[in-house]
Design a protein around this ligand. Structure first.
Ligand code: PBG
Length: 308
């Protein structure tokens, strides 16, 4: 009578790849999660595929940051190198790339900024131009799907147009359509070395109080050509997931984010509950609420648990 069953294909595993290290580096706020070098990532990707996973999501940490995020769209950028290496060894593994500027910007914001005394502004259209260049360069390096996580307006349409014009009509777009400004991204910013150096992300990420606005954001991205719609974080926003799924009928992804991961790890460490049971309950709830795809740092373990 069970209505919701998990399989390894439900999960996408995020990876952090750094050009600043020469061997893997543990991330203190995310037990068991590492930054890897480009060389190491190939083996990691192979292991993920062998465990039964179908897709991975790549985040890059460049060796140098600047105010134009040039590492994001460099021919020899960290993601571009990683994609070419992974595709050589694992051609059938679906590679999804995070398209955002925060890891590549010296100020850590997701777009081009203008600073005026105490105030700063993120410039939407200038940022979209750089995001388009980034998405195109990922497609050229072998990405199967790009995942813009910046929350600028109009970027899905602009990226779709550029991919089509560049001969990448088959490259998909997974849009972080409703990304809420959230405390739960804290550990990720350690992992991706992307905390904003001033201000916060509330001018471009969503207010956690707003559901109707989230649905308007989803509608825009659907209209601009997103193939998969993502809601993020996961557990605090399952109502948004459910509503978006009912309203638009698009494939839905959810990102169970770093802070959600760290909370469970902390509870497990304190022996509050058992990890595997907790994780299976969380993932089942997310799928029951309408997710087709769940991005989670437990993807690899889940594949093992579900196959045993
Ligand atoms: C932005 C981005 C973030 C996450 C994914 N993409 C962080 C942010 O917006 O600050 C968070 C993922 C997580 O917390 O696991 N490029």
């Amino acid at each position: 009578m069970r209505e919701t069953n998990l399989t390894a294909h439900d999960f996408v595993l995020p990876f952090f790849i750094s050009d600043k290290i020469d061997k893997r580096r543990a991330i203190p706020s995310m037990p068991g999660i590492f930054q890897f070098t480009v060389d190491e990532i190939v083996d990691q990707a192979k292991q993920a595929q062998d465990a039964g996973l179908q897709a991975i999501l790549l985040f890059g940490i460049p060796d140098k940051k600047d105010e134009q995020a040039s590492g994001a769209y460099a021919e020899n950028g960290v993601i571009q190198k990683a994609l070419r290496a992974i595709k050589k060894k694992c051609p059938d593994l679906v590679t999804i790339t995070d398209v955002c500027l925060c890891e590549y910007m010296s100020h850590g914001h997701c777009g081009v900024t203008r600073i005026d005394g105490e105030h700063f502004q993120v410039l939407n259209d200038e940022s979209v131009e750089l995001l388009v260049k980034t998405a195109l360069s990922h497609a050229q390096a072998g990405a199967d799907m790009v995942a813009p996580s910046d929350m600028m307006d109009g970027r899905i349409g602009a990226i779709r147009e550029a991919l089509d014009a560049g001969g990448f009509a088959d490259t998909g777009i997974m849009s972080y359509a409703a990304k809420f400004a959230s405390v739960f991204y804290g550990p990720f910013r350690d992992a991706a070395e992307s905390p904003p150096q001033f201000g916060d992300r509330r001018t471009y990420q969503m207010d956690s109080a707003n559901a109707a606005e989230a649905l308007r954001e989803v509608a825009l991205d659907v209209g601009e050509g997103a193939d998969i719609i993502m809601i993020k974080p996961a557990l605090p926003y399952l109502d948004i997931l459910w509503r978006a799924r009912e309203r638009f009928g698009k494939p839905m992804a959810v990102y169970h984010v770093s802070g959600e991961f760290a909370m469970v790890k902390a509870a497990v460490e304190k022996k509050v509950f058992e990890e595997r049971a907790a994780v299976l309950e969380i993932m089942t709830s997310i799928k029951r609420a309408g997710a087709d795809i769940i991005v989670t740092y437990w993807a690899h373990e889940l594949a093992g648990w579900l196959n045993s």
